[in-house]
Design a protein around this ligand. Structure first.
Ligand code: ADP
Ligand code: MG
Length: 456
């Protein structure tokens, strides 16, 4: 058989044994360069594909070569300049493959997000500018804007509540970011309730409770997310109450979010009842259809994709539960189309829904850790264990990054999930991967691949 024909036969079988997306991504531009003296050389267009084929698909290639009568002692993957020139001509650029387009696009965002210190808990990704206002959130938005302009004066404390994924964190973080932008010297602290609790517990354990109190009581703006987690924790509620009083008396702004109204967290309400009367409690609702469409357009355009109206409408109609899910489904659609280099048109999206692939899916932290381990061919025990070898540390950092970017988990929670004691480890890891994404092609590759597979 001619080498060309032989390789086509091999490719045909490979195509049947892996997903179409993987096939197109990894095998599309390969060819058989040489098959002689126990050595098979496969030409590949670039280093990413070479690494990936060596690491993940070599066994499969060897197996299928054997089925086609070739049993080489060695298989090599070689970057073949002809092929990159050819794909350059035909596709505009060697790395035009959309799988690789992502790092370049995320670059700007990533660099922006590391300029801000995570130590104060703020994530620059959440701004008023990229928050879409509509029925359901306009009141909360207006209150937050008023606070950003005049912290400590109006609506103090502000208590926003509502179901998961409807934008509470986004909005209260946006206040913090806006205040910090206007007055960088001010001390704005955002803490998840879990972080607050964890730090409090640590401060007791290490006998540093005065440091803890001093830290929180010296803020100009204190934002505490998800205070429903204080429920049933009497001791920490007490501490929260003291912090709260100290700040309130000094006219410092306090913002809280919760998934339920204050009256459903009885012990907290009892303590803070008189204070709530001074402030404002706002219920955030699920956004309406128009707002959901607008959010989809905004999210797509932040990824440099223009979404057709009918596609946005279809998605907004199908996913009504909350915005995180809406965002998740949009990302699934975009990842699906990106992998296959097709436009997210109405036919494609409709058929995705029909084939039932597009049900919003929930992925747990544990599943993310498992999939990351599997992707890197190590065990979950390695990821959550004490080993410090590079081929374990990097996957561990990637797992932390994905937990943060996909599930928006707090750093203490990420640390706990990965078996780390200290949440600063999680902060450093996430920052490191974010920085690397802007220049390390291999890491970007791993992450887009992992992301592409999370929800399928
Ligand atoms: P919650 O804290 O209420 O669970 P989040 O603030 O984490 O929800 O929001 C979930 C996701 O939806 C985030 O990625 C957030 O940026 C996005 N989101 C929520 N509301 C809006 C909105 N009005 N405009 C743009 N994005 C939004
Ligand atoms: Mg939240």
């Amino acid at each position: 058989m001619q080498e060309g024909a032989l390789w086509q036969a091999v490719l045909g079988e490979i195509e049947l044994s892996i997903s179409r997306g993987n096939f197109v991504t990894w095998f599309k531009n390969t060819r058989l360069l040489r098959s002689k003296d126990g050595l098979v050389v496969i030409g590949v267009p670039n280093i990413f594909i070479k690494n990936q084929l060596e690491r993940k698909f070599n066994d499969l290639v060897v197996e299928i070569l054997a089925k086609n009568g070739l049993k080489p002692e060695r298989v090599e993957y070689k970057i073949h300049s002809d092929m990159s020139a050819q794909s350059k001509n035909s596709e505009g650029a060697v790395l035009r493959n959309p799988v690789y387009a992502r790092p370049a696009q995320t670059q700007k965002r990533v660099i922006a997000s590391v300029t801000h210190s995570y130590r104060q808990g703020l994530n620059e990704r959440y701004t008023f500018e990229n928050f879409v206002v509509g029925a359901g959130n306009e009141l909360a938005y207006a209150a937050c804007q008023a606070i950003a302009e005049n912290p400590g004066k109006k609506y103090n404390p502000l208590f926003v509540y509502g179901g998961v994924g409807i934008g509470k964190t986004h909005l209260i973080q946006a206040v913090g970011n806006a205040i910090t932008a206007r007055k960088p010297s001010g001390k704005v602290v955002y803490a998840s309730t879990e972080q607050f609790v964890q730090e409090f517990v640590d401060s007791l354990r290490f006998k540093k409770s005065t440091d803890f109190a001093a830290y929180y009581r010296s803020t100009d703006v204190l934002i505490v997310d998800d205070v429903h987690f204080l429920e049933g924790k009497e001791k920490i509620q007490e501490e929260f109450f003291h912090t709260f009083n100290a700040l309130h008396q000094a006219n410092k702004q306090i913002i809280m979010s919760s998934d339920k109204p204050p009256k459903d967290i009885p012990t907290l309400e009892e303590r803070l009842r008189s204070r709530f009367a001074w402030g404002m409690t706002i219920d955030m609702q699920n956004p309406d259809f128009e707002t959901r469409c607008a959010i989809l357009q905004a999210k797509a355009s932040s990824q440099n994709v223009v979404l057709q109206h009918e596609v946005a409408e279809l998605l907004a109609m199908r996913v009504q539960s909350n915005i995180r899910e809406l965002e998740g489904v949009l990302n699934q659609v975009l990842a699906f189309c990106e992998m296959r280099d097709i436009e997210p048109g109405i036919e494609v999206v409709t058929s995705l829904f029909e084939s039932n692939k597009m049900r919003p899916k929930h992925i747990s932290a544990r599943q993310i850790v498992e999939r990351t381990a599997k992707h890197f061919h190590i065990t979950v025990e390695d990821v959550v264990g004490p080993k410090r070898d590079k081929d374990i540390v990097v996957p561990r950092q990637v797992a932390m990054y994905i937990l943060r970017s996909e599930l928006h988990m707090s750093f203490p929670k990420i640390a706990r999930e990965l078996g780390r004691k200290d949440h600063t480890t999680a902060i450093h890891s996430v920052e490191k991967i974010e920085k690397e994404l802007s220049y390390n092609g291999e890491i970007s590759q791993h992450i887009s691949e992992l992301r592409g597979r999370l929800y399928v």
